[in-house]
Structure formats: C-alpha cells, structure tokens
Design a protein around this ligand. Structure first.
Ligand code: 5GP
Length: 120
C-alpha cells in the first residue's frame, strides 16, 4: 500500500543529518543532493525540507503551490551549477507505475550524457 503522509522516509534522515548526503545546494525550503545510485554523470535529487504531507505529485494541494515552484526553480539552479547547458531531464517518478520508491516528493535532475526518449 502507498505510505501515509506522516510516515517518515529516508529523506527525513538526510534533512536531519542523521545519515550523510552529498549536498550540493540548500536554502531554508529545499535541499539538493547527489543520488546514491546515479543513473548519469549528474544525478541530483531536489526535495522540500518540509514535506507538508506531499508524498506524491498527484497529492498536491493549493497550499503546496509555493514549494512546487521552489523545487522547479532549484532544478534550474542545479542545472546551471552542474553545467548542463547541453541538456538534461527533470523527472518526478509518481506512484507505483512511475517507479516511485521514496514517498517524499522529489525531482530528479539527470544529465551529463545523451538521454533516450521515450523512457522505457
Ligand atoms: P524514486 O524512485 O522514488 O523517484 O527515487 C528515489 C531515489 O532516491 C533513487 O534514485 C535512489 O537511488 C535515491 N536514494 C534512496 N536512498 C537514498 C539515500 O539514502 N541517499 C541518497 N543520496 N539517495 C537515495
């Protein structure tokens, strides 16, 4: 079954610095860190520091509009800092069929190599 909005995930431990992460950008609202299992030369995750019940994009409410903007803006900052001018991809895996494994909303920033389309 889908995890409930209050259930902690591994990302809470990263936010609380209970487990280490390779953090490349953060402010008071968002955290960006390298994926532990990178699928490309650049593979960064961008997460809200306060999940506010937002496990999946499909669960977004009006109150989440601001943090959704922060996440996407952070993707652009990460892309610039990682020199991804040649192109990259921003991905949200949502739910079972989307292969979501961590139920704390996050963006994947994937780049540094040519990417295929459509995704498998
Ligand atoms: P999802 O499939 O939910 O969209 O992606 C979750 C991502 O989190 C995966 O790409 C996975 O490699 C990454 N991940 C899972 N646990 C950790 C961790 O402890 N540290 C880091 N840096 N990434 C993690």
């Amino acid at each position: 079954a889908e995890p409930q909005p209050h259930e902690p995930t591994i990302f809470d431990k990263i936010i609380n610095k209970e487990i280490p992460a390779n953090v490349i950008y953060e402010n008071d609202k968002v955290l960006a860190f390298r994926d532990i299992s990178p699928q490309s030369p650049t593979h960064v995750l961008v997460i809200p520091k306060v999940r506010a019940g937002l496990t999946r994009l499909i669960r977004a409410e009006e109150k989440h509009k601001e943090i959704l903007g922060e996440l996407l803006y952070t993707a652009s900052v990460v892309a610039r800092n990682e020199n991804l001018e040649d192109g990259y991809r921003v991905v949200i895996n949502d739910g079972k069929n989307g292969c979501q494994s961590v139920y704390h909303l996050h963006l994947h920033i994937i780049g540094g190599r040519p990417l295929g389309w459509p995704p498998v």
